[in-house]
Design a protein around this ligand. Sequence first.
Ligand SMILES: Nc1ncnc2c1ncn2[C@@H]1O[C@H](COP(=O)(O)OP(=O)(O)O)[C@@H](O)[C@H]1O
Ligand SMILES: [Mg+2]
Length: 277
Amino acid sequence: MGQASVIVVGNEKGGAGKSTLAIHIATALLHGKAKVAVLDLDLRQQTLGHFFANRAAWLAANAAEAPMPIEHAISSAGDALAKAPEAEQLARFEAAFGEVSQTADFVLIDTPGSDTAISRAAHSRADLIVTPMNDSFVDFDMLGVVDPVTLDLKRHSLYAETVWSCRKQRATAERKQIDWVVLRNRLAPTEARNRRRLDERVEALSKKVGFRVGPGLRDRVIYRELFPFGLTVADLSPAIRPVAMSLQHVAARQELRALMVALGFQGLDDAERIAAE
Ligand SMILES: Nc1ncnc2c1ncn2[C@@H]1O[C@H](COP(=O)(O)OP(=O)(O)O)[C@@H](O)[C@H]1O
Ligand SMILES: [Mg+2]
């Protein structure tokens, strides 16, 4: 008890899919009957916060039930905390983190696409960092620069540096390893050549920088169209079906399940149930 597993979704790149991944991991864990606390450290965008507000509203309006997280809005005053001094932000984060990690099985933290003090604080508390990246050399550039011919690592770049220093800090403070999984997001079926080249480089970089490569997520409408309802594919059931089901949804659930397994979690055990309907 009192020892929550801390998952941080991060990448110092906007639009990589952090919040999308965070809501999917959160709902998948919730359906695995875990007590999940969520903290949204993107104080300006508040995507995670909005998602769960949508969820509560949709469930109430439809008299439906779905598991909810323990939510601790570290920024209840909208944009106010975003403009507050760093020390105040840190204090609010520490207080929220201390509170939820007592009661939750998992603390899931979404972070902004930039290097902020609270984002760093969260990263150094992580047991697992999950980093989505678009299938693009532009996103790859946030992790490392490799020689284009030999694939030798020339240097870590921005985000790998951040993770590196948080890992060092964590190892010194608690002798704990932070597991780091990088996965490709918004994979397009038509980009085989670009993907192969990127695959080689991500693999090469993974050994040098020290992350695992997770199974990617395709670019699918279902990963974004359920947002206004506060739902994800993990929630779909005969009682919760705001859009017509299709084979795409079944494929998306399988994709999400494969990701959860790679991250080391169960959950989504009912995927077959939906597929069978
Ligand atoms: N696998 C995906 N398939 C379809 N759309 C996606 C996928 N991942 C992310 N998106 C969309 O891409 C945009 C950026 O994603 P978001 O999760 O907000 O990124 P971040 O939090 O890293 O800034 C959003 O419009 C989101 O709906
Ligand atoms: Mg986001």
